[in-house]
Design a protein around this ligand. Structure first.
Ligand SMILES: Cc1ncc(C[n+]2csc(CCOP(=O)(O)OP(=O)(O)O)c2C)c(N)n1
Ligand SMILES: [Mg+2]
Length: 673
């Protein structure tokens, strides 16, 4: 392709964009891996966006009212790193660019949230970025309704590729954003007609403009290399009250011999190709060097928002003291001081009245005291509100006509919901939780994993957590989902036994700043097992002695959730036969593992036989507690599931699958024999 026309029509623009392209070529060559083509193709869009539209101040990357830029096509990470370096984000030095993809560098293969300011979310799993962006746009709407346009008024910009738009999650995001008229969400589609295997026609012939339009979006199609067209399209997108999609016709790996081919998608490292491409760009500077005048222009862009930000500080200071401190508290993920006392009061009441409740209903009871106090919570469910018990009476629906609504009807979109919740948590100022059935953890999982990786405290309310849900049968009965959740690093998996433990689990989930929580809750009623009120949050210790052995301690039963009462009944049977039995309730294995060794030994001393009880598979953490941390602490067994469940009433299923007090007692006796 002859680039002369592009170069001569807008020379200043061209050089700024060429800086992105050449940094990408240099960094990928140095790493000998990465993706050159996407940044080379989208550099013009990025340059116009940053130069003319994006509200940001490189010196204050956490300014709450900044526009958010989300690179959904995360493989194009060098586009983002180049922008951060060029505009002068202090952390993003040229050394970091030179160390692209290397150990210890903040320039990871794909953008990682927390590595450097300006990386708003982790992307790389295609489709996550566009769905996460929906949550950013929602948080902005909610905050704007609450605090007013003078302190909250920003856009969320997304760059998505063909891959992002093919992933199923994008449909959930597009449909939801259209319904909710998220007018400040603007998506650039890198319409280059190339993916890894070849041209898009190999696998898709969707009319993307019609698709977005059908969901209520404002759509435009432009030449993605024409800076004037890009600028005009962004203006129009901002003016529209609908979410906007701008289809940007681009050439992947622009100007190289790999242009418009799938070869251009990956790492272009051939020195001749790089030299020829730079020559075509009219670029003569050595590798990693940006001519001073071009760097100065970029740095001016990085400072463009400084005055606006200073003015924002003044406007923020004009809010009432109370509003300022609320705003700041929520952004800092601090809970109100009163949270502990309302949780304690509920625990005391529950221990005294000892209701038999499904823990999903317990969770609702907790939310009834939490939501009026923590006005930053935003609840929701993927079309299972009545089943997940996620809505409290004080929450109205979040809707275009009611942005103060704190309850989201996500529709049947577990994955989109989970990613958007992550986006809300990342945006800040709001605290998202959302529900579905535990078995549909699978539908939400890629976003749950990213919450853990990004270290954000999204709360996943997963009800109907075992065969105890009964007649809906094995499609709906999770057996392996606790295991996969527990196998995920930096995730708290709570399986509370009653309302007291559910309240304690919520308290940990809400005070957590860097760890997402999975609340695994029952459909069926369970008795209160915590009959003695304790001020301390015992669930925060992960496991604790619920009932001590009488006489010589010969057995320890370790149980979670709905099986704790089964363990208690087994203890009765064993004690009646003179077998001293301790029951340990273990609502959160991860928190127990975080306790010091002395406490863990106190709860699980060597000597007695151990039997675990949980209506799920044994995989995913159990053996550490059953066999002992050194694997030689004695004899152990497990009562749980080894297959899928079945469709029948819950009590029949517990009987048929052998998860009964009698079965537990027999296992203990067999181990002692
Ligand atoms: C969920 C997921 N599946 C697969 C991949 C691997 N992958 C990375 S980029 C890519 C092709 C994406 O095509 P497109 O979005 O058009 O990017 P372009 O080639 O235009 O840069 C694939 C399959 C991924 N990162 N995430
Ligand atoms: Mg593509």
């Amino acid at each position: 392709m002859d680039l002369t026309a592009l170069r001569t029509a807008h020379p200043d623009h061209w050089n700024k964009a060429a800086a992105i392209r050449t940094l990408t070529l240099d960094a990928v060559a140095a790493a000998n891996s990465g993706h050159s083509g996407m940044p080379m193709g989208m550099a013009d869009v990025a340059t116009v966006l940053y130069e003319k539209h994006l509200k940001f101040d490189a010196a204050a990357p956490n300014w709450p009212d900044r526009d958010r830029f989300i690179l959904s096509a995360g493989h194009g990470s060098m586009l983002l790193y180049s922008l951060l370096y060029l505009t002068g984000y202090p952390e993003m030095t040229i050394e970091q660019i030179k160390n692209f993809r290397q150990w210890g560098a903040i320039t990871a293969g794909h953008p990682e949230y927390g590595h450097a300011p300006g990386i708003e979310t982790t992307t790389g799993p295609l489709g996550q970025g566009i769905a996460t962006a929906v949550g950013f746009a929602m948080a902005e709407e909610i905050q704007r309704a609450r605090y007013g346009r003078k302190v909250v008024d920003h856009h969320t910009y997304v760059m998505a590729g063909d891959g992002c738009l093919m992933e199923g999650i994008s449909q959930e995001a597009i449909a939801f954003a259209g319904r909710q008229q998220l007018g400040k969400l603007i998506v650039f589609w890198d319409n280059n007609n190339i993916t890894i295997d070849g041209t898009v026609e190999l696998s898709d012939r969707t009319d993307q403009l019609a698709r977005f339009r059908a969901s209520g979006w404002h759509v435009q199609a432009i030449d993605g290399h024409d800076p004037e067209a890009i600028d005009a399209a962004i203006e129009k997108a901002k003016a529209s009250r609908k979410p906007s999609m701008i289809a940007c016709k681009t050439h992947i790996a622009l100007g190289s011999s790999a242009q418009d081919t799938s070869k251009g998608h990956g790492a272009l490292t051939d020195p001749k190709l790089i030299a020829d491409t730079k020559a075509a760009y009219g670029w003569t500077a050595p590798a990693f060097e940006i001519p001073a005048d071009i760097k100065a222009e970029w740095e001016a862009i990085g400072k463009r928002g400084a005055i606006e930000r200073a003015n924002w500080d003044i406007r923020f200071a004009s809010l009432s003291e109370r509003k300022q401190s609320e705003f700041t508290r929520a952004y800092d993920r601090e809970v109100p001081k009163k949270l502990t006392s309302v949780i304690r009061a509920l625990k005391k009441d529950m221990s005294e009245t000892a209701p038999k409740l499904a823990t999903r209903a317990s969770s609702e009871k907790v939310l009834e005291v939490v939501n009026p106090l923590m006005t930053e919570t935003v609840g929701g469910s993927a079309d299972l509100t009545g089943s997940n018990n996620t809505k409290t009476p004080d929450l109205d629906a979040f809707m275009p006509e009611n942005r103060k609504g704190r309850y989201v009807y996500w529709g049947i979109r577990e994955h989109g919901m989970s990613a958007a919740m992550n986006g809300m948590a990342l945006h800040g100022g709001v605290r998202p939780y959302g529900g579905t059935f535990m078995a549909f953890t699978d539908y939400a999982r890629p976003a749950m994993r990213l919450a853990a990786l990004m270290r954000i405290p999204t709360v996943f309310v997963m009800t109907h957590d075992s065969i105890g849900l009964g007649e809906d049968g094995p499609t709906h009965q999770p057996v392996e989902h606790l295991a996969i959740s527990r196998a995920t690093p930096n995730t708290y998996v709570f399986r509370p036994a009653d309302t007291v433990e559910t309240a304690e689990a919520w308290e940990v989930a809400l005070t957590s700043k860097e760890t997402p929580s999975v609340l695994s809750l029952t459909r069926q009623g369970v008795p209160t097992v915590r009959l003695e009120h304790k001020m301390n949050n015992l669930t925060a210790q992960g496991a604790y002695v619920l009932a001590e052995a009488e006489g010589k301690r010969e057995a320890i039963l370790i149980a979670t959730g709905s099986e704790v009462s089964i363990a208690m009944a087994a203890r009765e049977l064993l004690q009646a036969e003179g077998i001293g039995t301790r029951v340990v309730s273990m609502p959160c294995m991860e928190l127990f593992a975080e306790q010091d060794e002395a406490y863990r030994r106190k709860v699980l001393p060597a000597g007695p036989v151990r039997v675990g009880v949980e209506a799920a598979v044994r995989a995913g953490g159990w053996d550490r507690w059953l066999l002992g941390e050194r694997g030689r602490e004695g004899k152990a067994d497990f009562v749980g599931m080894a297959s899928f469940g079945a469709s029948a009433p819950a009590d029949v299923l517990y009987e048929k699958f052998g998860i009964t007090a009698k079965a537990v007692a027999e296992k203990v006796k067999a181990l002692l024999a």
